[in-house]
Design a protein around this ligand. Structure first.
Ligand SMILES: *Cc1c(COP(=O)(O)O)cnc(C)c1O
Length: 324
């Protein structure tokens, strides 16, 4: 949809509503998990194990969709700045039956993860960003191309999207290339270290391009990055993010989260205000389904185990980037 109140004579502000991908829990993980869970079931998996921060949307989505498909779900969880939304996401996952393995630092993650895989769980990549998950966003790019063809939207010059584990942005870059759109992707870095995520995203874009039969380096070349809105690091709210949240609510009727979409929306606003492109598309990746739907069986915060509660960090004291 085009947001009139955010558009200027020089630039149009468009939104792609991937918040509406599912009525109970939407957002960008739905498209990825459709494929990942399908593939796991074909392999005969009965139990999944994944990795994420304690308020990870990916972990919650894997729990919800995994359980619906009849699979048990486990996750190795690491710390994250605590916000009310983060606590809700954690409570919802536990309420839906997630078996959590809290660890104190990222260093421990591979060992605990490997132990769960050795115990028979089928591994799911961080953020669902393997080639199979990212390919869902190649299809999403074709969906947009179809909307452009039908005249529902103008072909975007840039598509601004959050870059967490990279699969969404990488798949879109490969997909726009394959669909013959001119659209370039700006991945807004929301996780750190940003340099590592960029490498992963470029590789994924190349792999998705190859999987679609592209021979050139068109897919990674489509993918640019914007690290200016990250602030102190993954999960830390920022002032510019808070401003963007207010603008999105007032002008577009969208609810944003501090970790991903606030920083990304801030970048999209910058692209319009700085007249960087005529048609700017903000790809909205956050579920807008009411959290009550996944929170119905959730324990109150005080019933979370001490090990889990220790993972909820005080927002006011950022950890140094080198440790994060
Ligand atoms: C996971 C997530 C992202 C990041 O997507 P990646 O494919 O991991 O880069 C962006 N926005 C929201 C709301 C998310 O939950």
């Amino acid at each position: 949809m085009r947001v009139d109140s955010l558009s200027t004579p020089e630039s149009n502000f468009w939104v792609k509503r991937d918040d509406l991908t599912h009525s109970v829990y939407g957002g960008n993980k739905v498209r990825k998990l459709e494929r990942i869970i399908g593939a796991a079931r074909e392999r005969g998996a009965t139990r999944l194990v994944t990795i994420g921060a304690v308020g990870s949307h990916h972990v919650l989505a894997t729990t919800y969709f995994g359980k619906r498909a009849g699979l048990d779900v486990e996750a190795v969880l690491v710390s994250q700045p605590s916000t009310p939304h983060v606590i809700d996401v954690l409570r919802a996952g536990i309420g839906l039956g997630l078996r959590a393995f809290p660890v104190r630092s990222w260093v421990a993650v591979p060992f605990v993860f490997a132990a769960r895989v050795a115990a028979g769980a089928s591994p799911v990549t961080v953020g669902g960003s393997n080639v199979s998950g990212a390919m869902a966003y190649v299809d999403a790019a074709f969906e947009l191309a179809e909307q452009v063809r039908r005249g529902e939207a103008t072909e975007p010059d840039v598509c601004v999207v959050a870059l967490g584990s990279g699969g969404t942005a990488a798949g879109l870059a490969a997909g726009f290339d394959a669909a013959g759109l001119k659209t370039r992707v700006v991945g807004v870095c929301v996780s750190d270290p940003a340099w590592a995520v960029r490498i992963v995203a470029r590789r994924l874009a190349r792999a998705c391009g190859r999987a679609r039969g592209a021979r050139s380096a068109g897919s990674p070349a489509r993918l640019g990055f914007d690290a200016r809105f990250l602030g102190p690091g993954y999960g830390y709210p920022t002032e510019r993010g808070d401003e963007a949240t207010e603008v999105a609510r007032r002008c577009a009727g969208l609810t944003l989260d501090p970790t991903y979409t606030a920083k990304t929306f801030a970048s999209a606003l910058w692209h319009v205000r700085a007249r960087r492109a005529k048609d700017v598309l903000y790809w909205h990746t956050l579920s807008s389904a009411p959290m009550d739907l996944v929170l119905s069986g959730a324990p109150p915060p005080r019933d979370l185990s001490p090990a889990l509660r220790r993972l909820l960090l005080d927002v006011a004291t950022p950890i140094p980037a080198a440790l994060g």
